[in-house]
Every structure is written in structure tokens, then in C-alpha cells.
Ligand binder design. Structure first.
Ligand code: ZN
Ligand code: ZN
Length: 307
């Protein structure tokens, strides 16, 4: 069982033929989630192997055009595709006003329920069956939120040898114990899951952190993440310029990953001024070795430990 990250746009500012503006898809067990939806995200989606019909929710970090201009078009196309399932959209304050304007001007008339969630405080924003999403405020030139997917802990491994020693008949009782339910045997004994299960296994945490200058809240978002996706508008060494403009460098992203105890860093949101990305990687890896840089359509398979 794994989770997939597919980068649909990895540039900042304006779309370019080789690097579109921000959007990252997260695909997990048949469900698709988008983080940001820059212009032409729907075209990028059609060029990928992802199915727009699997979309469950879209998370918008902030209302800069390079993060949201693709949303009305994508929703229009989902309507043309006869979508009927609800779609959740999570974003900063103003999301409802924006949709009302689009609706009033007849720009957008979705043919399916759109559930809008305005984020006003740090914490949980959307619950799924065995994972949830949290939001943390970041520091940029406007109201901005970073998001993380956080999976629930999974039960420990089932110890078949131990189950045999306890004379538990194999079959449905094994399944019940694996799901964390106690079972009563024919001889009247009760077996607790803890007698046959190893220690609980942590779920994955995937954090998406853009646009921001370095800040404590970004560190909180990134804390112990298995994967931190962090903006890196400029290469390491350009901190002064980056911070003045409300952005981070590759060095800032690496420091955030290091301080937060993240296991892996992926850089995105690269200024379109830079054609060669080696400089970004080198500068970040000096601080945090397990760093990659995303290009459009880069795909990362994220595996759970001991799954
Ligand atoms: Zn941006
Ligand atoms: Zn921005």
C-alpha cells in the first residue's frame, strides 16, 4: 500500500511550457486530492495518468493567481464530464465570496455539490475514514495556509505464532483481532488484541508548505513529516531577496526539514527565471541530504514503514 505524489505544476508566477504554475496531486487508495490549482492544472491533469473523476478535495493555500487561476476551469470541465459526486474545496477566508461572484456572473454553475470550507484557525480541516487533513497558517504577503495529510496509526502486526499458542482458531477471529476487537473463544476465554498484535504502526504525514518565509508555524506543519513539500522560489544564498518578497530559498526549505525532523524534502515553486535546477538541489542537500526537486509530472511513490 503506498501513496503517490504527482506534481502538475512546479513553477512560481506564470505558466511556462516546461514548467506550469503550482499544483500537486496526492493519490491515495483510489482517492485524488489536489493542493493548489494554478492556471492550466486541468490540462496537466489530462496529460497525467490521474483521473479527474477521482477528485475528492482541493486545498488552496492562498489567493495568488499562480495558485488558484485554474480552479474555475477545472470545475467547469468536471461539470461537462457529468460529475455528480460532491467536491470539497478548502481555502482561506474569501473562498465563499469568490464562488458567489463566479456564480452571480454565470462564470461557474457546477452541476454537482461543491462544499466550501474556509480555514480560519489552525487545526483539522477535513476528515476521511482513516486519515485527516490539518491546516497551519504560513507567512506570506496575504492570508496563506499550509496543509498536511495525517494518517491514523495502524494496528500492529498480527503474530500468528502467538495466536496458535493461545489456541485461537484461524479464520474470522484473526480478522477481528487485527481490527482491534477482543474475541471470546468457545472455551469462554477472552483474547485481547494486545495479546496477538505488535506495537501500533505510525501512519504517514505529508506536508505541503507554500508560499512562505521561514516561520515557526511552517515548522509545526512540517514536524516529523515523512515528506515535506516546501516552496523554494530562489536558490540558497538569495535569502534576503526571497524574504523581502515573502518567499523561501532552497536553503530555508532544507533548514525547515532539518529542524522539524522531516524524513524527506521535495522542493517546488521554483522561480521561472531559473532554467537549471542543480543549484537548488546542491544548496539544499548541504543542509538536508534527503532532498529532491520536483519537475512537472515528477511522481514520487511514498511507502509506509514496515507496511
Ligand atoms: Zn506562488
Ligand atoms: Zn504567493
Amino acid at each position: 500500500m503506498s501513496l503517490q505524489l504527482v506534481f502538475l505544476g512546479t513553477g512560481s508566477g506564470k505558466p511556462m511550457p516546461n514548467r506550469n504554475v503550482s499544483s500537486m496531486a496526492l493519490f491515495r487508495e483510489g482517492k485524488l486530492f489536489l493542493f493548489d490549482c494554478g492556471e492550466a492544472t486541468q490540462i496537466q491533469l489530462t496529460r497525467s495518468d490521474l483521473r479527474p473523476g477521482a477528485l475528492e478535495a482541493i486545498f488552496l493555500t492562498h489567493f495568488h493567481g499562480d495558485h488558484v487561476n485554474g480552479l474555475p476551469g477545472l470545475i467547469g470541465s468536471l461539470t461537462l464530464n457529468q460529475r455528480s459526486a460532491p467536491l470539497h474545496i478548502v481555502g482561506p477566508r474569501g473562498l465563499k465570496r469568490w464562488f458567489k461572484c463566479l456564480h452571480d456572473l454565470h462564470i461557474l454553475r457546477p452541476g454537482f455539490p461543491v462544499r466550501l470550507h474556509e480555514v480560519t484557525q489552525a487545526g483539522g480541516v477535513l476528515e476521511e475514514h482513516d486519515f485527516h487533513f490539518v491546516a497551519h497558517p504560513l507567512e506570506h504577503r496575504v492570508d496563506v495556509w499550509g496543509y498536511a495529510l495525517v494518517e491514523d496509526e495502524r494496528p500492529g502486526r498480527f503474530d500468528v505464532e502467538r495466536a496458535r499458542q493461545l489456541d485461537i482458531p484461524s479464520g474470522p477471529l484473526y480478522g477481528q483481532l487485527q481490527r482491534g476487537e477482543p474475541v471470546v473463544l468457545d472455551d469462554g476465554r477472552t483474547v485481547e488484541p494486545s495479546q496477538v498484535l505488535g506495537p501500533a504502526r505510525p501512519g504517514l504525514k505529508i506536508a505541503y508548505c507554500t508560499d512562505t518565509i521561514p516561520c515557526n508555524s511552517a515548522l509545526e506543519l512540517a514536524r516529523d513529516a515523512d515528506v515535506l513539500v516546501h516552496e523554494s522560489t530562489y536558490p540558497a544564498g538569495d535569502e534576503e531577496k526571497a524574504h523581502q518578497r515573502g518567499h523561501s530559498t532552497a536553503g530555508d526549505a532544507a533548514r525547515c526539514a532539518h529542524k522539524a525532523g522531516a524524513k524527506r524534502l521535495i522542493l517546488t515553486h521554483i522561480s521561472q527565471k531559473y532554467l537549471h535546477l542543480d543549484e537548488f538541489l546542491t544548496g539544499a542537500r548541504e543542509i538536508f541530504a534527503n532532498t529532491d526537486i520536483a519537475r512537472d509530472f515528477s511522481t514520487f511513490e511514498i511507502k509506509r514503514q514496515d507496511s
